[in-house]
Each structure stands twice: as C-alpha cells, then as structure tokens.
Ligand binder design. Structure first.
Ligand code: K7E
Ligand code: CUA
Length: 678
C-alpha cells in the first residue's frame, strides 16, 4: 500500500466515523431537532393567498425533471418534465411531445438531471430560460420561463456522462457540457484496457442564445480524465471557463481507490474566446457524427427532431494557449467563481483544504511560462504560481461553493455534513452550521453570478433519515433553508424534494411572475389537427389509420360517439381545448389505453395514439375536474372486428352526425351555459 492510498483510507475511515457519530448523536440529542431559532417559523410563513419571494428551480436528479418551489415557504409549485416521460401531463407520451425525447440511441424515456442554470445577460440572470443537463445520455434542455415548459433539447455527441453542464457564459451565448466518462472519440470497439491510449474527454460549447437553434458550436479534445463540473469566469476572467477533472490517474477499474492516488488532479482553464477564434480560423476538424436536436415549434406547439451530422473538434495542440491545467488537490468536484471573477474555488472531495486559485496569478503564470509539464498540448501550471490561498481545516469532503456578494463564500461539506462560511481573501472560517445529512450542492439565489441575492441559502442533502415521518426504505431527499442575512447562519426550514436535487437556481419572483402565459391563443394554434368549433370535428380513415378531430369545452367532448373503428386500427385522438381562460384544462383518457392520459391546456391541441386490442365499447372521459358537470364529460368509442361494415361515424351524441370527416353543425342552446359553468 503506498502512502497516498493509506492517507486516502485514513480519510475515508475518519469520515465514516464522523458520519456514524452524526447519525448516532442526533437521535440522542434533543437539541438537534429544535436547532431552529424561535423566529424561524415567522420567517418562512407565507400567508394563504400571499406569494413567495423567490422561485427556486431544483433539479430532479434521477427523476430527470425540474421541480419549482416557492422560497421561503418551501411550497412545491410545479414539476416541469424535461428528460423523463411524465404521464401526468403526457410529456413524451403525446404525439406532439414524443420527438423531444429522441436521441441518436432512439427514444430515451428517462435521464438523470443535475444542474439547472438560468440564462444570463452580463453575468446576471435575465429570467428568460433555465437550462438543465442530462447526465446519462448527454443532452442539454432549454426550459422557457413564461410557460415553464421544456422547449428544446440538444444531444451532445462524442460524450458519455454530460455532468459538467450546462453552465453558461456571462453573455449567454454558450452553455457547456464536459464529458464525465472518457470514451474513445469517435466511439469504437476497443479493449477497455486500452484506456490510456484510446479514451478521451471532450468539452462542448453549445450555442444557447437563440431559441430553437441550439447546436454544438465546437468541442475541445481533452485527455482521458473524468470531467466533473464547470463554471465560467466573469469580470476580469470573462472569456475563460473552468472545469474540474479527477482520475488524472486514468484508471478504468475500481476508481474509488485507483483514481485517488494522485495528491492533485486538475482544474482545466479554457480560454473559450481563443477557442472560438481558432475555430473561426479553421483549426478545428470537421468530424462526422450524429446527434439529435429537438424543439417545439412555437406556432404549432408540435415537437420536431432533426439530425445533425458533423461537429467541429479542436485539439489543443492546434490552438496555442487554449487550455491550461491548474493542479488542484484532490479529486476536485465543484469549481466555483466568486462574483468579482478573481477567485476560482475548487472542492477537493478528498482534500484537507479548500484550494482557491487566483485569476490574476493565473494570467501572470501563463506570461511567465511557470509550467511543470505539458500534457497532450496542455501546459500544467505550477500550483504555487496560481493558488491564491487555502481555507484550512474546513471540515471533511468539500464539494460546492456559492457566494453572498458581501465577500463571503459558503462551502458544502459532504462528509462532515455542514455548511462552512468563510471570507474571500483572508480564507478564515467565520461560521459553520450542520446540515441533515450529507449535503451535496448548496444554492444562494444568484450565488454563482455577478450579483447574488444573499439572503437565503438552500442546502440539498443526500440522506434524510429521521427528518420526516418514515415512509419505508426510501425517503424523499431533504432540502434545508438557511438564513444568511446576518453574521451567523440560521436554519429556518426543512422541506422534502422530488427525486434527488443536485443543484438549483433561484431568482426573485418579480422577475418572471407577471410574464406568465395564461392560455394559448386558439386563433394562433398552428397544430394541423386543431379545430375551433364542433362542426370542424370528425373522423377520417386512411388504411388502418383513423384520425379523430375532437374538441373539449366545459363540459363535453365533440364528437362523443365514435363508431366504425376496427380491430387492427391505430386511432389518433386529436383533442383541442377551445377554452380561452386561465387554468381551465381538460384531460382525455380511454379504457385500456397503453399510454398516458392527455392534459390539454386552454387553446392547445394534443394527440393520443390508441391501439385497441379487443372488440367492444370503450368509454373515454375528462380526467381534470373542470366544472360542476366534469363527471358528465365523457363519451364512447365502438371497436368492431376487422372487415366489419359498421360505418365510420363521429357524432355528438344523437344530435349531430358525421360521415367521412365532417361533424354536422348543431343548434344547441345549452352551450352558452356550459361555457361559464365554473
Ligand atoms: Cu455535486 Cu452532479 Cu453537481 Cu450532485 S453533483 S452533489
Ligand atoms: Cu373537462 Cu373535466
């Protein structure tokens, strides 16, 4: 056993002991549960009908989604489906949204999403979009913040594990994705033991400022390490991007020991403006690949998927000065840039200090050529030439750091389960607060930007044990709200979260709350199957495909009696919700449906594919309690044997009749009352 492995085991064992102690003592220490100050309740109390001060967007981790909370109350406001199918609102089930989940591997119904990132202008959130990464099948999604809806997803080629993503440049032009797992580039059938020779990393810069036009602008080829997290420089360091890497040992088995050998791994400092100019000068290789770009058309609100077949790959050897390595102890995880842009803070999971690099020292070290060596065309700078300082004895397992804009930094300590507050420049620790338990990321609204709103901090914890009523072996993860407005941090609130939130972002509610879309304009609905009135509804057959155009309004579907469907047919129900009023949604479900329901927003058309497997009568109904006569909002579809001569009809009960696609206009005096029955 070599010295560094011994040290690693010592750290791990010590950590285990401390971890164990934490669990042991909180159950016996009656003070822990009451470790909130007496005024905490009033600080998080939002009276019924009152609004929260911030929107917080927490990643869903293995749920693949984003959940939106009001802060300080911790109230769950919405779950935005992104990378995982969501039967509750037909995301990835309706015909209109299925193409959003297409990848070069086919339809992928799930992913693991870690890092929400608000779009920025000049280094501060602008309230337009939030981006989030897919970790497993690398992708980046853009979510629109007037509709809280995923509008665009782009796949990242030449990557495996899109973890260091989707952090933004301060001007909002690019979001990035660096590969967590190195793989052969392009991927190929090679022996895993050829790792050192064949496996590479990539850092991708993705155009982000034009909706509907996300694409990989260029990739930088990197040594075969694991790239973990990133953050853009700002202010003086604007134009640079910083990425942590671990496994500089290039282990490909038992990484827990084999990738923990070196005392230092690297932060990669990427001069992305230089990369852009090298790419513009034709120094990148145009490489064949295949990746998907999916987006929702703003007029039809129907998703389309396109395949992009090449990507520009830049080798640092062909672009002098584009990347430098900063030695950083030890298997660093997070890398965070302070609001002034001067300090680059790394979270060395196994390090005994929190190392902070200085951007001005970095510039000087480059000018002085203070290099230790060069790896694959990347100069390695001398640690002493770039380090600004180290926070000593911070605790165990530093992961992530956010800033309050008042000169302080807050670092999450996974192993010792605490948040440590320290002063930038002097590196002295000024406060610490325990978290319950095993904190991963922490988040201050705007805490990774030029202008943090330094009032609250949210700790996102990995272990929930005993904080809530027990719910069997699996518990929700736990977030904790901490008041950071004073000198001392104060715990205000615990709230359970959906999936496993890794990172989060937040902004003042006032930035987006008055811009919310309340319904979609029916007149502007460009869905090809839209209908605006009952007379436009109907049914049509082409071969074994049957299309039903239907409308939903309080409190009926039209048509609601459908016949002439045969076994072997595939039926598409295209349902338009013709309401033009906020929060009046209708649902649609049919018996035996091997699909989700539809939920249809006002003014929207959504389509459900249905393949009946037996003859008979199938009811369909509205699933969203929309009015006093919601239970009456139902209909029937008849399925006959193949070859049957039952005519194809879609009618509104017995009052209207359609043949071959048109539903007869009816005079129905009761419509007027239906329209306002809720
Ligand atoms: Cu630290 Cu995926 Cu950002 Cu989790 S990551 S904690
Ligand atoms: Cu429509 Cu219930």
């Amino acid at each position: 056993m070599n010295a560094s492995l011994k040290k690693y085991l010592l750290v791990t064992i010590t950590a285990g002991l401390i971890f164990g102690l934490l669990f042991a003592c909180h159950t016996t220490n009656p003070n822990v549960r009451t470790a909130v100050t007496s005024d905490a309740a009033s600080k998080v109390y939002i009276a019924p009908g009152q609004y929260d001060e911030y929107y917080a967007f927490l990643s869903g981790g293995f749920s693949g989604q984003i959940s939106v909370y009001g802060i300080p109350s911790g109230r769950l406001l919405k779950v935005i489906p992104v990378f995982s199918q969501n039967p509750e609102n037909a995301w990835g089930y309706s015909e209109e949204t299925k193409p959003m989940l297409l990848t070069s591997h086919g339809f992928v119904p799930w992913d693991d999403s870690h890092h929400p990132e608000l779009s920025q202008t000049d280094g501060t959130p602008n309230g337009k979009w939030i981006f989030i990464n897919a970790n497993n099948t690398p992708r980046i999604a853009r979510i629109e913040l007037t509709r809280f809806e995923t509008e665009e997803i782009v796949e990242i080629p030449n990557a495996a594990g899109g973890h260091a993503a989707p952090f933004t440049t301060p001007d909002g032009r690019f979001v990035v994705s660096a590969t967590r797992f190195s793989v052969p580039i392009p991927n190929a059938d090679v022996a895993i033991s050829d790792y050192k020779k064949s496996f590479k990393g990539t850092i991708s810069f993705v155009t982000a400022d034009v909706p509907g036009k996300m694409e990989v602008a260029f990739q930088i080829l990197m040594p075969g390490y694991d790239y973990d997290l990133g953050h853009a420089g700002k202010g003086p360091s604007d134009g640079w991007f910083f990425f942590t890497s671990y496994n500089s040992e290039q282990a490909y088995t038992k990484l827990e020991a084999n990738a923990s050998q070196n005392d230092k791994d690297y932060v990669a400092a990427v001069n992305w403006r230089k990369a852009e100019s090298c790419v513009a000068a034709g120094k990148a290789k145009i490489t064949p690949t295949s990746y998907k770009h999916n987006s929702i058309d703003s007029a039809s609100r129907v998703a389309k998927s396109e395949t992009i077949t090449s990507v520009k790959v830049l080798d640092p050897r062909d672009c002098d000065g584009v990347v430098y390595f900063l030695p950083t102890p030890k298997s660093p995880h997070g890398v965070d840039v302070d609001p002034t842009g001067q300090y680059i803070v790394a979270g060395g999971k196994l390090a005994t200090v929190i190392p902070v690099h200085s951007f001005s020292k970095l510039e000087k070290a480059i000018a002085d050529k203070a290099f230790d060596t060069t790896i694959d065309g990347i100069p390695v700078l001398k640690y002493d030439a770039v380090v600004a300082g180290e926070v000593k004895n911070p605790g165990l397992g530093p992961l992530h750091t956010e800033f309050d804009g008042k000169g302080y930094a807050y670092t999450s300590m996974f192993i010792s389960s605490e948040v440590v507050k320290w002063k930038l420049g002097t590196w002295e620790i000024v406060d610490r607060i325990p978290t319950y338990y095993s904190i991963g990321h922490l988040m201050i609204p705007g805490g990774d930007t030029k202008q943090p709103w330094g009032k609250y901090l949210i700790a996102m914890n990995k272990i929930t044990k005993d904080r809530y009523l027990p719910t069997g072996p699996e518990l929700f993860q736990s977030a904790q709200l901490i008041d950071i407005s004073g000198d001392k941090m104060k715990l205000l609130l615990d709230f359970p979260t959906i999936g496993e939130p890794h990172y989060a972002q937040a902004l003042p509610a006032s930035m987006i709350k008055d811009k919310q879309v309340k319904f979609y304009s029916l007149a502007n609905n460009g869905n090809p199957y839209k209908i605006m009135k009952e007379s436009e509804g109907g049914i049509a057959r082409v071969g074994k495909r049957v299309d039903v155009k239907m409308l939903a309004i309080r409190s009926h579907f039209a048509p609601d009696n459908i016949e002439g469907v045969q076994l072997g047919d595939t039926v598409y129900f295209h349902v338009t919700n013709i309401e033009q009023d906020w929060d009046i949604l209708h649902g649609f479900a049919v018996l035996g449906n091997n699909n989700s329901e539809l939920i249809i927003a006002p003014g929207e058309t959504r389509s459900l594919r249905w393949v009946p497997t037996r003859i008979g009568i199938y009811p369909f109904y509205c699933t969203d309690f929309c009015s006093a006569l919601h239970q009456e909002m139902q209909g029937y579809i008849r399925v006959s044997p193949a070859g049957s001569n039952v005519p194809l009809i879609a009618k509104l009960s017995d009052r209207a009749l359609t043949q071959g696609g048109r539903l007869e206009q009816t005079t129905r005096s009761e419509h007027a009352t239906h329209d306002h029955s809720r």
